[in-house]
Design a binder for this molecule. Structure first.
Ligand code: HEC
Ligand code: HEC
Ligand code: HEC
Ligand code: HEC
Length: 188
């Protein structure tokens, strides 16, 4: 076999491979991008108020309470969405919460929580949220209330005196600010 013959064999092979590759690579990239866009798209969509409302309007009074709270304002200039407070910002924690939340779809379908029994379930749900927020030092609150948005020198005295103590006492926002967006729950 001469060198020349070998070369043409490789050339033939390449010519044979080239076509599907030229078509295949762009298709592969397209499918990948579409897939990633779909995942990212559902992550973004599932962080909208509409998404949270879609279940919580039917099963409890959470949405009505939120709409009457300071963070909803008059609805035109919303200070914080449900997800702003409840969905973590770090990407992997956010994914964890979203994957865990798929269990809620099951609970929604079997009707574990209804408007009738919500108040019985409520203290346990609230405690879950407080525990999460205590564990991450109310990271979602601090995401907005920091720097110029949490300037102690501009706060009324009562707020300032309390906030000055936070670090020394090892407190976090939800230790004091409970029932800010939802009905105040007192657990004995
Ligand atoms: C598919 C229906 C559904 C959707 C959509 C939904 N939830 Fe829920 N959610 C539930 C159910 C059901 C529970 C009660 C779960 C249980 O039994 O522990 C719950 C509980 C909660 C709790 C309290 C307990 C906990 O796990 O922390 C919070 C906070 C919460 N949801 C926030 C949200 C937010 C924020 C959104 C939008 C980003 C949202 N939910 C969208 C069904 C839903
Ligand atoms: C997405 C940004 C954002 C997040 C997240 C957020 N806030 Fe706020 N918060 C605001 C803005 C903006 C205002 C001013 C609203 C107004 O009164 O017009 C406000 C107002 C407040 C007030 C004063 C009004 C009142 O009702 O007393 C308190 C207290 C407060 N936030 C605490 C918290 C706590 C605690 C958390 C976490 C559980 C939190 N915030 C999460 C943006 C945010
Ligand atoms: C030791 C209890 C305590 C802790 C912890 C605490 N606060 Fe407060 N906060 C208060 C009190 C008391 C007020 C004044 C409320 C009033 O007078 O009605 C206040 C007021 C506020 C206000 C309104 C300030 C204004 O200008 O009127 C905001 C915003 C706020 N807190 C956010 C936070 C955030 C965010 C955290 C966590 C970083 C936090 N607070 C932690 C007790 C606390
Ligand atoms: C400003 C931050 C903030 C916003 C906005 C917010 N929540 Fe909460 N949520 C909390 C905190 C803090 C708790 C813990 C209980 C408490 O202090 O009221 C809580 C508790 C809950 C609970 C447990 C039951 C209960 O009554 O405590 C559910 C369910 C819930 N939130 C869902 C939602 C949904 C759905 C939305 C939007 C309609 C929303 N939250 C908007 C901060 C927020």
């Amino acid at each position: 076999m001469t060198n020349n013959q070998q070369k043409t064999r490789w050339q033939k092979l390449w010519a044979w491979l080239k076509k599907p590759l030229i078509v295949g690579i762009p298709i592969g990239v397209f499918v990948l991008v579409l897939g990633l866009a779909t995942v990212q798209g559902s992550l973004v969509l599932s962080s909208t108020n509409e998404f949270c409302f879609s279940c919580h309007l039917k099963m409890d009074t959470i949405v009505q309470e939120y709409k009457a709270s300071s963070h909803y304002g008059d609805g035109s200039n919303i200070a914080a969405t449900c997800a702003d407070c409840h969905v973590p910002h770090p990407y992997f924690e956010m994914l964890q919460v979203k994957i865990a939340a798929t269990a809620d779809i099951y609970h929604m379908m079997v009707g574990t929580i209804t408007k009738e029994n919500f108040e019985e379930h409520r203290p346990a749900l609230a405690e879950t949220v407080w525990r999460d927020m205590q564990a991450n030092d109310s990271a979602n609150c601090r995401h907005c209330h920091q720097g110029d948005n949490f300037d102690l020198s501009k706060q009324p005295q009562r707020a300032r005196l309390n906030h000055q103590q936070i670090a020394a006492r090892g407190e976090t926002c939800v230790d004091c600010h409970q029932g800010l967006t939802h009905k105040r729950i007192v657990i004995e």
